[in-house]
Design a protein around this ligand. Structure first.
Ligand code: ADE
Ligand code: ZN
Length: 336
């Protein structure tokens, strides 16, 4: 049986939200080179094609090393504004009506010694510029990279909580999960909640169901980024389904980082069958040679979806977002 042709124009025209994309992972090869030139840094590779090649990884550690190299090229306010503005334009061009940007806040603050307020304000400026042009809606998810000690992350996140939270829809947890159990990250999420800011968390990307359980039980995550590792434990699957916790799945990212052995081995069809609320995201699109429409295409192929199945993914993304109730109602009606 051959898969029917992906209805690209209809999917592009459908309102949808992107809930799993890292601002620092949206920097395309041309912009990497431009940032290096601007800041007098040697480029990681000679030209655009070579940087695109540098954006190919043998696994998660190699990816993280390069991701943090790119993160370190975002230095002044115009850098942050530019990348935010560019990605929202590209999302708008794909029919995205709402983006929630994960921002590696502890990377900028702890590792790169940035002050949060100007970084935040520059991102807000870039997003506002794009929103004025396109009407796109957006929110920010400053996140914790747990390869840094929890005490340093807590101090960094205190800067986040002390500044404007008007556009901060949640705080998040990225990176590897090895230190979650041995260091006190949970109290950072408690502190966020005391400021009225909910939690989301990466979990079950390269790790298994225990990560997802931990994110739910200790961080009180309201949404899970990836969550594909949950599928080997029916109890954790039941927790996701019964609590209505959405998983923001990134098929192209999972392939690019060998989180799954092959497209055929990806649990996306099983997640949908199990009744998990799935949304589709890109994670770090140019780093994984993908776009949101490419990732909807993968979902179409891998799950034998029809247009109703695509509409369900778009509806999930809208309802799982932290957009305003009025916007959700309007976009949801437009999906049909
Ligand atoms: N930060 C950026 N991309 C990430 C990913 N795929 N997993 C965890 N943290 C990330
Ligand atoms: Zn991610």
């Amino acid at each position: 049986m051959t898969t029917p042709e992906f209805p690209l124009a209809a999917v592009r025209a459908m309102p949808k939200a992107e809930l799993h994309v890292h601002l620092e992972g949206t920097v395309d090869p041309a912009t990497v080179l431009a940032l290096c030139e601007r800041h007098g840094e040697p480029p990681p590779a000679a030209d655009e094609a070579a940087v695109a090649d540098w954006y190919r990884f043998d696994g998660f550690p190699m990816f993280l090393e390069r991701y943090f190299t790119v993160l370190g090229l975002l230095r002044d306010q115009e850098d942050f504004a530019l990348v935010a503005d560019r990605y929202l334009q590209s999302a708008h061009d794909q029919g995205v009506v709402h983006v929630e940007f994960h921002i590696s806040a502890t990377g900028h603050i702890v590792e790169n010694k940035k002050v949060w307020a100007p970084v935040h304000d520059a991102i807000v400026d870039g997003c506002s510029r794009a929103a004025e042009r396109t009407g796109i809606s957006w929110g920010l998810i400053p996140d914790i990279s747990p390869h840094l000690p929890a005490a340093a992350c807590a101090e960094a996140m205190d800067q986040v909580f002390a500044h404007s939270l008007d556009h901060v829809v949640a705080i998040g947890m990225g990176g590897p999960a090895d230190t979650w159990r041995t260091d006190d990250f949970a109290s950072i999420f408690d502190c966020a909640r005391s400021h009225g800011v909910p939690a989301v968390s990466h979990a079950g990307e390269h790790g298994g169901p225990d990560e997802v359980r931990w994110a739910l039980e200790h961080f009180n995550a309201e949404r899970i980024q990836h969550g594909i590792g949950a599928m080997s434990d029916p109890e954790v699957v039941a927790m996701l389904v019964e609590r209505g916790i959405p998983c923001d799945v990134c098929p192209g990212s999972n392939l690019a980082l060998n989180a799954v052995a092959s497209a055929e081995a990806h649990p996306l069809p099983a997640m949908l069958d199990a009744g998990i609320t799935v949304t589709i995201g890109t994670d770090d699109p140019p780093m994984f040679q993908t776009t949101l429409l490419d990732d909807y295409h993968r979902a179409w192929d891998w799950c034998n979806l029809d247009l109703a199945g695509i509409k369900r993914l778009a509806q999930n993304s809208i309802h799982a977002s932290y957009a305003s109730a009025a916007n959700k109602e309007r976009w949801s009606a437009a999906v049909g």
